[in-house]
Design a protein around this ligand. Structure first.
Ligand code: PEP
Ligand code: MG
Length: 564
């Protein structure tokens, strides 16, 4: 949606993904944006650089292909191996070198040498040959990047800017240079997609799901990004700029959150890295309710060893000590690809080989590394371990056997609570069975909502369908909490729902024991808990279960719960 609020300023509307307001020039993210790097690519130097670039691209392709093969993706590995063979073709180096000697820079010489081959392939009637044309052009692009020394990330903007993109992958978001990127806006995405979650964790204001964004904004144009309201104003008036609030200081509240009638609710934080853990500690969080280990591994093209994981975890534990930390094992796949763990394309990635499935089915040795690292840390710190994307009790039993194996290997037996994310409807429905196998549950309401409503959490068109206040989800939570409590297990919520002040009374009313929220929200959520009466929340939650929409539930909460 677009609206014009003064003669020149245009306001675009999207989904508020991470709070904060900021004004800065727009910087359009272009995947293929390769600035001339100033590198000399002419004459003999150009030929030398081309030889090095060919060698480097070949090595990178071989490495990726090996990773794919190891994960059972032989067909995809074959494509990369074929690309590596293209680089071996003497026609490439000979043809490009002769053009370079005639004065063409190496990148242009490569493109010109390979263009006729790509053309020939494209003209073929055979679909397989046609597809090879794109592979060949991809090789040319990789060489161009290698020649200019740039990676998959475009070079950062020269001055602090607001990134404007069609979409950003979580790894790209994590890789943003925080000194030069002060916020971002995207056409794709929703508030519960990982890119948005990461933005909140990074404290980076963000608006996602803005239709027509990239075509509406020019590079360098002044924009006002409002991550609270979910808007982006192009060419904001001096009046609106004057109202932009500065960054809010982190409020600390380390006292326990107890309802008026004496129920203690633990308020922990979600964390993706050491900085989040430090902010959680500074905010007075009662622990880390979800340490998304996959984010610890982003930004590297290889997976950390057991030793490296121990070192990373030790830093996080030390930052939070003596408070507990729930380490979630790798949750890779769907909208959280990990560069170091490339996976073959799938028709339905959110329903595919992701989370615990990926490790059990394809990479048990990675899981073993994580299990050993966790056990070693649990010997000295209150570490709890949690598995993502559990669907069946069989998966839990398998992973517990692996945990026992890791204990034997280490000859270690530290007490370590083991829990699972409840985020797949099958797990929620069989919570009574699962509760017998684990120490705790954490409700992953982001995925649970997505799967319950069959509404892709990254699709902005479906944002209103995946409403976590809908009675359908509340009924599922009710069932899970009852099942857990009857086995004496505790239940947390680590999805975004825990950070929603409107949802907190309902979660308390349904009997949830722990909330894991973003560090800047700890004080507000604790204050809200203290203003509530658990018995009243229970009455409201019971009534909410009988309503027919999320809107009706929201209205009920607004009218019937006395909040501070
Ligand atoms: C969830 O699904 O609610 C959750 C916390 O996990 P993630 O957002 O990392 O998928
Ligand atoms: Mg999840």
């Amino acid at each position: 949606m677009t609206s014009t609020s003064s003669l020149s300023q245009v306001k675009l509307h999207g989904i508020a993904a991470a709070p904060g307001q900021v004004v800065a020039p727009a910087w359009r993210w272009a995947e293929s944006r390769v600035h001339a790097s100033g590198t000399d690519l002419t004459g003999e130097t150009g030929i030398n650089r081309l030889q090095i670039a060919i060698r480097d691209v070949k090595a990178a392709l071989a490495k990726k292909a090996t990773g794919l093969e190891a994960s059972g993706a032989a067909a995809e590995a074959g494509i990369l191996q074929a690309q590596a063979l293209m680089l071996d073709d003497p026609a490439l180096l000979d043809g490009a070198s002769s053009l370079i000697r005639k004065g063409r820079p190496a990148d242009a010489a490569v493109a010109e040498t390979m263009a006729p081959f790509a053309e020939m392939l494209r003209a073929s009637d055979d679909e397989v040959f046609k597809a090879r044309a794109a592979d060949l052009e991809d090789v040319v692009e990789q060489l161009r990047r290698a020649l200019h020394g740039v990676s998959d990330m475009p070079p950062p903007p020269a001055t602090p800017s607001i990134v404007v993109a069609r979409d950003l992958a979580p790894s790209q978001t994590a890789g943003l240079d925080r000194t030069l990127v002060v916020g971002f806006a995207t056409e794709q995405g929703t508030a519960t997609a990982h890119t948005a979650i990461l933005a909140r964790a990074l404290g980076l204001p963000a608006v996602v799901g803005i239709a027509g964004l990239v075509d509406a904004v020019a590079d360098g144009q002044s924009v006002l990004l409002d991550g609270d309201r979910g808007t982006l104003v192009i060419d904001p008036s001096p009046g609106s700029v004057a109202h932009v609030a500065g960054p809010k200081p982190l409020v600390t509240d380390a006292a326990p959150a107890v309802t008026k009638d004496g129920r203690r609710i633990d308020v922990g934080c979600n964390a993706a890295n050491l900085e989040d853990a430090q902010r959680a500690a500074a905010a007075g969080a009662d622990g880390i309710g979800l340490l998304r280990s996959e984010f610890l591994f982003l930004g590297s093209d290889r997976l950390p060893t057991e030793e490296e994981q121990v070192a990373m975890l030790e830093q996080v534990m030390a930052a939070m000590a003596p408070r507990p930390v729930i380490l979630r094992t790798l949750d890779v796949g769907a909208d959280k690809p990990l560069p170091a763990l490339p996976q073959p394309a799938e028709a339905n990635p959110a329903l595919g080989v992701r989370g615990l499935r990926l490790q059990l089915l394809r990479r048990p040795e990675l899981l073993m590394d994580q299990l050993r690292a966790a056990l070693r840390i649990a010997a000295g710190y209150p570490l709890r371990l949690m598995f993502p994307m559990v669907s069946t009790v069989d998966e839990v039993r398998q992973v517990k056997l692996l945990l026992e194996k890791a204990r034997r290997e280490l000859n270690a037996s530290p007490r370590m609570e083991v829990g699972i994310m409840v985020e797949v409807p099958a797990a929620a429905v069989t919570a009574d069975v699962l509760a017998k196998e684990v120490d705790f549950f954490s409700l992953g309401t982001n995925d649970l909502t997505q799967y319950l409503f069959a509404a892709d959490r990254t699709n902005p068109d479906l944002a209103s369908l995946g409403d976590s206040l809908h009675p359908a989800l509340l009924r599922v939570i009710d069932q899970v909490v009852r099942a857990a409590h009857s086995e004496g297990r505790w239940v947390g919520v680590c999805g975004e729902m825990a950070s929603d002040l409107g949802a907190v009374p309902l979660l308390i009313g349904l009997g949830v024991d722990e909330l894991s929220v973003h560090p800047p929200l700890v004080a507000r959520i604790k204050a809200s808990v203290r203003g509530l009466e658990a018995a009243e929340c229970a009455r409201v939650a019971t009534a909410a279960l009988q309503l027919d929409s999320g809107t009706a539930v929201r209205r009920l909460v607004d009218h019937s719960v006395s909040k501070t």
